[in-house]
Design a protein around this ligand. Sequence first.
Ligand code: G6P
Length: 277
Amino acid sequence: MIEPVQVLGQPAMRLRGSDGAQATVLLHGGQIVSWIPAGDIERLYLSPQAVAGPGQAVRGGIPVIFPQFERRGTLPRHGFARTMAWQWVEGHQRAGAVTGVLRLTDDETTRALWPHRFEAELSLSLSGLRLDVELAVDNTGDAPFSFTAALHTYLRCDDVLRARLSGLYGTRYVDSLTGQEQRQEIDPQGFVGEIDRIYFDAREPLSLSTAFGRMRIEQEGFDDVVVWNPGPQKAAALADLSDDGWLEMLCVEAACIGRPVKLAPGSEWVGRQAFEA
Ligand SMILES: O=P(O)(O)OC[C@H]1O[C@H](O)[C@H](O)[C@@H](O)[C@@H]1O
């Protein structure tokens, strides 16, 4: 079943499979804000203080970061896709899976910031204990462009201090807090507070274990993985996160940062992030 609902005062679509798996996606930002695998509990973190509306970024779920990661360019932080209204394209239920597709196309607002013609499609497909998310970007103009992007996934934790992430052993990363580069030496990895790292060319599947169970995370098309938690000080400074909200989340982001994607006119890039509870 696919039905329109309101979330944070904004139009959204709720997808529910015959097995009971359920996900909700906001048209604002094309942002998935809830995923409940069949017979399971909520697996994405959405801040109770999150706000949504034109120009606003929603704290939680799966923000779509395009066409610029963080401040790596002249655009607003993390680009514009997460703060704009996307269009619902279609949804269908087939062979036990329920799928929805949303689209963002360039317009005067995007071209004033970034002078390129593009079509971005966000697809989500859920079945049983699995959620597949796909971001496809088409260059619909007549000049090449390049971009960085991410699916900035907020995974729900009971207590991030007890969470463990594995699969990054030996991977080179830059610590965005210090600017230093090194290789991951601890696996599985625990968390003590603030962390902000970009892992480059992360090829192995990841596994996050929390009291909610183990979650397998895979990606394709995206080369890099960002691991982010604001920790107590930054959380206190964020208006849309409670002081102890950082304990309940860990961002594990599928990203293309180290090598920006270059797209020739008429060509398409596809990146995927998949979760299995
Ligand atoms: O607060 P936001 O603009 O949503 O950004 C949240 C975070 O996103 C990414 O994970 C970056 O690596 C962080 O440096 C940043 O703080």
